[in-house]
Structure formats: structure tokens, C-alpha cells
Ligand binder design. Structure first.
Ligand SMILES: [Zn+2]
Ligand SMILES: [Zn+2]
Length: 369
């Protein structure tokens, strides 16, 4: 009997910080796989892609997903860029955490955010980011004196949602955006190509020719599916009309996504964006199997995929619930430039039992005034 549990050449489970990625290897971690209704077992949409050249990218950052990111103990400065597929909260709801959480957690460079334009300015990614930033004025203005000022900066890269085009190309990594068909103009899907390996992520989409065309030859394809109409009626209490609208018009029904997966025939197909429970998964899988017979994973949070030219291995991640941020690469946090600290009113300051005043570098010391 084999006493060492393995999956391919890997240990049975993935423990963050214990496995070095091979030079030609890609690792994909599901940070959020659920529906817009947030629940403890499944956060909103988010996928981390790590490459053997050291680059790391996050695709979507829905509510709750960044708590899962933290659990992987990755220094925030290691993330090259974050990509949003569209502006539904279950894909961008953790904006505040991505921005401010990573800043307090040690990010020492501007945040690089990519997202699609819309048919009007107010439906575009730039507008979304700018309004979010504006609304957090009290938060960030009070932090710039105490934290490295550069952490407040965001480089917003908005690109045309309606085109199929390369939106990021650096260090041998090419990321292509192409239109997704989801409720209204604006949403996109992404394809990442690097070192002869590829990852395609649908975001939210109904089955489309765009996806089939752009996912051709891809290794790992992550396509959304919703719970079945029957599950939405029985388990979520939706009436039939609403269940059909949500499960088949706004999202891909499992049997519809399966048609796309069959056409694409990836080395591994991953489906997500449904509540994945022991009693719902078999029904969803059965519907996918009506059309698609190839390699398939029904994603849940912390599923990890290791991809090389020879292997595609899926496992689960073992995480700690008590992670502290940014233990590594915290150098420079103390020395980084601050802005002048905001001054509270005298009547508030005078009420302090242990008065402190800001120094000219913005750091607090105990004053004697
Ligand atoms: Zn959506
Ligand atoms: Zn969604």
C-alpha cells in the first residue's frame, strides 16, 4: 500500500508557502466560487494565477474573496495586477479590501487595476474606481500620514470592452480580453497565455461564440454555470420565471456551459458560480455530462490547480484561519514616504489621556504639549 498520499507528483493537499512553483509551471487557486449571496463556504468570484516566472495576477475580487487571498500568505506587493471582468458586486465588491487592505498589509507600490469600459462613461471601470476612491476619502486621507503614501495610489487601466485585444503584455505574459455576453454591454472574459500554457476565465457569461473562439487550445478553462433551475426553485425559493431568468438568461445553465466546453475541449474544464454542495453537485455534473465528457472539476473555494506541459493536478488547499498579513517582504514599510498627518480638532486631542502628536514624518510619538 502506498502510504504517502499524492496527486500526481504533488502532495495530497496544498499547503501555502511550502511548495515552490516550477520555472515552467502555473498554479491557479479558486479564491471565490459562489453566487452573489455570500456564504462562509463560498466567497464571491475571484481567481489567483501564479506563474513560474514569479508573476501573480488576480482575476475578479468579489465580496469575501480577499479573506481567502490573505489565507495564502502572499505578500501584496507580489501581485502584478488585478483584473475585473465586470462591475457586479460579486466580482468587484472587495474593492476596498484590495485597495486599502493590501495597503495596510504592506503593499509598497501603486495598485494596478484593469477593467472594461462600458457603453457609457458611468458604466465603465474607471468611473467605478474613481467613485469608490472618492467615497473612501475619510479612510484614505486619515491613513496617508501613518502608512506609506504610495499605497493610496491606483493606476486604473480601462480598456475597450467591445474588442478582442491584448490588454496586458509584460515579462512573457499576455492577457487578452474579449466580450462576455452577460445582461448588458460591458462584461469581458480573459485569456492568459504564458510559456505555452493558458488559462481562460469567463467571468459571467451566457454561452457564446466569443468564448468558443477565444478559448481554443486553452489548457485550463474556467466557465461559469449557475445552479440548475430546479435547484433555484427548490433550494433558493425562486419562482420558475425568476429561476429561468437567472439560471439560463443571465448565467449559463450547466448543460449549456457543457456545449461550450465540448467545443473548446480543454485539458481541464472548471465550472464555478454555483452553490457547490454534496447534494447539488451531482445534479450539476449530470447536466454537464449530457454534452461534455472531458476532464472536469466543480470548483469550490481553495481548490488549486497545478499546470505544467505534462500534468494538470487538482487538489484542495489547507489553510490557517489565523494568518497575519505580509510577514515576508515588509522591508521598506517604515522608511517609505508619508504625507502630513491629518490634525483632529483641539477639543478632541485635549481629551486624550495620553497625548500624542504627529511628527513631521507623520509617525506618532508621545509629545509633551
Ligand atoms: Zn454578473
Ligand atoms: Zn457573478
Amino acid at each position: 500500500m502506498n502510504t504517502t498520499a499524492t496527486r500526481g507528483n504533488y502532495p495530497e493537499q496544498y499547503y501555502p508557502n511550502t511548495e515552490k512553483l516550477g520555472a515552467g509551471e502555473m498554479r491557479i487557486v479558486a479564491l471565490g466560487t459562489g453566487r452573489p449571496f455570500l456564504r462562509r463556504s463560498q466567497a464571491n468570484a475571484s481567481w489567483l494565477v501564479e506563474l513560474g516566472n514569479g508573476d501573480k495576477f488576480v482575476f475578479d475580487f468579489g465580496f469575501g474573496s480577499q479573506m481567502n487571498f490573505t489565507a495564502l500568505e502572499i505578500p501584496y506587493s507580489d501581485i502584478k495586477a488585478w483584473f475585473a471582468t465586470h462591475l457586479h458586486t460579486d466580482h468587484v465588491g472587495d474593492f476596498g479590501q484590495v485597495w486599502v487592505g493590501s495597503w495596510t498589509g504592506g503593499r509598497l507600490k501603486p495598485l494596478e487595476l484593469y477593467g472594461p469600459s462600458g457603453p457609457e462613461k458611468k458604466y465603465g471601470f474607471k468611473h467605478f474606481c474613481e467613485k469608490q476612491m472618492e467615497s473612501y476619502a475619510w479612510d484614505t486621507d486619515t491613513r496617508v500620514g501613518a502608512l506609506p503614501a504610495v499605497g493610496a495610489e491606483i493606476n486604473i487601466h480601462e480598456f475597450d470592452y467591445s474588442k478582442t485585444h491584448v490588454v496586458y503584455e509584460q515579462n512573457g505574459v499576455k492577457i487578452t480580453s474579449f466580450p462576455a455576453v452577460h445582461q448588458y454591454d460591458g462584461p469581458v472574459s480573459y485569456r492568459l497565455d504564458w510559456n505555452g500554457l493558458s488559462f481562460v476565465y469567463s467571468g459571467d457569461t451566457t454561452p457564446s461564440q466569443f468564448f468558443i473562439d477565444n478559448a481554443q487550445g486553452a489548457d485550463v478553462v474556467v466557465h461559469e454555470t449557475f445552479n440548475t433551475v430546479e435547484q433555484l426553485m427548490e433550494r433558493s425559493g425562486y419562482d420558475e420565471k425568476s429561476a429561468r431568468a437567472i439560471g439560463t438568461f443571465i448565467h449559463s445553465a450547466p448543460e449549456e456551459a457543457a456545449v461550450v466546453l465540448k467545443e473548446v475541449a480543454p485539458r481541464l474544464a472548471v465550472i464555478f458560480h454555483f452553490f457547490n454542495d454534496f447534494d447539488t453537485a451531482p445534479e450539476i455534473q449530470e447536466k454537464v455530462r449530457q454534452h461534455y465528457k472531458g476532464p472536469l472539476a466543480l470548483a469550490t473555494d481553495f481548490m488549486v490547480v497545478n499546470l505544467t506541459k505534462d500534468e494538470v493536478v487538482t487538489r484542495m488547499t489547507e489553510i490557517s484561519n489565523h494568518v497575519w498579513p505580509n510577514k515576508a517582504k515588509h522591508d521598506g514599510f517604515g522608511e517609505a514616504k508619508r504625507k502630513p498627518m491629518m490634525q483632529m480638532s483641539d477639543w478632541l486631542r485635549e481629551a486624550q489621556l495620553f497625548p500624542k502628536v504627529p511628527s513631521d514624518r507623520g509617525l506618532i510619538y508621545r509629545g509633551d504639549d
